[in-house]
Design a binder for this molecule. Structure first.
Ligand code: V47
Length: 393
């Protein structure tokens, strides 16, 4: 730990300010990256985590569904998208509404309380497909919470409707069809330089915030993400977090809903156009999760998405500010840390053991963080009827 001549970056002073519950500035956030020993960072982030959530560590029983990998964008960090071709790209796919609903029903039968649904910006699917998807899920599994569509997809929907709909109209129609909340994807890093270099065709910061502002204004909760460890600098990460914090201040002050959680997502380079980059190290992951906890004093939850953080790092991070691990997931197509295939699952037992071993209390939650207490554990699928094939045969 370095002492600093500049009082605003003196780590001892920053530590005192955290312990006193004070809000950190940009300079202080940056000093946490450059000058703070990782153990002290953990102690401080854990302090804030305990103030907000005690020793509880949340998880949910959920199912991620990625309805299509066709995408009109060409984001350099993304290895999931396939360009649309008339005859269909070799391994491009789009699930039918029935397939999505069937997966949701299967998930609900095995105790899931949430489906998390996102996909690429498909050039051909019409807005009715997405409305029908929400309706079909709610008809097949009425109690399941549909958390779906990143801000980028929502803006895409405003453009494909004829006549064009506003963001608020799109959200309202989706909500009437069964949409419960928005996931936090697509935020990446709120910075023009990074945007233009790594995802220039994507809706930028203004559009992302417009969607979340509209969602919060109609009472729909959402999450926020930060994709780090590619071409951005630590200073750009801190700016990103401060922009989220400012938006959250506004939502808390003047809107009926807000962000539930921040999910810092470590860049996974494999098979992307940025595959030459190393991706963030384990310590950068730990630091970034802790710094998100320290900078976002108005967010209740910091989630370590185990699919990207790895279960081991996610477990360690429970003592570095994190209080949520996402869920059972089961299938995930967008990134894969090791091996092949899209089946990526943690059983409830395993999640609970990981949490208990980190000296935390496992708490099942629903999407909006209401605690769930079950008398008996949900049924486990039998080996052979467990999983639907992710791609139509
Ligand atoms: O929007 C894409 C990111 C996001 C890569 O809200 C990548 O509860 C790392 O947003 N390496 C989707 N990240 C995931 C997401 C999410 C996950 C878990 C929970 C929640 C929530 C949201 O993943 C994309 C993009 O930002 N992403 N490619 C990659 N190679």
């Amino acid at each position: 730990m370095k002492a600093s001549a500049n009082p605003s970056t003196d780590i001892n002073r920053i530590a005192d300010r955290v312990r006193a519950g004070e809000r950190l500035s940009f300079d202080e956030g940056l000093a946490l990256y450059t000058d703070c020993d990782v153990h002290l960072l953990g102690e401080l982030a854990n302090h804030v985590r305990e103030q907000k959530n005690g020793r509880k560590a949340y998880y949910n029983i959920n199912r991620h569904i990625n309805y299509s990998n066709y995408c009109v964008l060409r984001c350099k960090f993304c290895s999931f998208y396939r360009p649309w071709t008339k005859d269909g790209a070799d391994d491009g796919y789009a699930l039918s509404v029935e397939e999505v609903a069937q997966r949701a029903k299967q998930a609900a039968d095995f105790g899931a309380t949430e489906v998390h649904i996102v996909g690429g910006l498909h050039p051909k699917l019409e807005f009715d497909y997405y409305l029908d998807m929400c309706r079909a899920i709610k008809s097949a599994a009425p109690d399941i919470h549909v958390k779906a569509f990143t801000a980028i997809e929502i803006i895409h929907f405003t453009r494909i409707t004829k006549p064009k709909l506003s963001i608020e109209e799109v959200l309202t129609q989706l909500r009437d069809a069964g949409l419960g909340s928005l996931p936090g994807g697509g935020a990446e890093i709120f910075d023009d330089r990074v945007h233009d270099e790594a995802y220039k065709n994507k809706v930028g910061e203004a559009g992302w915030f417009e969607v979340h502002r509209a969602a919060h204004s109609i009472g729909m909760y959402s999450n926020a993400t930060m994709l780090y460890g590619h071409i951005e600098t630590p200073a750009e990460r801190i700016k990103h977090l401060i922009k989220l914090r400012e938006h959250q201040d506004e939502s808390i002050a003047s809107r009926p809903a807000r962000f539930n959680a921040i999910i810092p997502l470590p860049f996974i380079p494999d098979n992307s156009e940025l595959a030459h980059l190393p991706g963030p190290s384990g310590l950068t992951n730990l630091r970034t999760l802790a710094i998100a906890r320290l900078m976002l004093d108005n967010f209740d939850h910091v989630k370590a998405f185990w699919i990207m953080q790895t279960p081991k790092l996610a477990q360690v991070s429970l003592n570095w500010g994190v209080d949520d691990l996402d869920g059972t997931v089961v299938y995930y197509d967008i990134t894969k840390r090791e091996g092949t295939g899209t089946h990526q699952e943690l059983t409830i037992d395993k999640i609970q053991r990981m949490i208990a071993e980190a000296n935390c209390i496992p708490v099942e939650r629903d999407t909006l963080y209401k605690e769930i207490h079950r008398d008996t554990p949900p049924p486990r699928p039998k080996q052979d009827d467990a999983l639907l094939p992710i791609l139509p045969a």
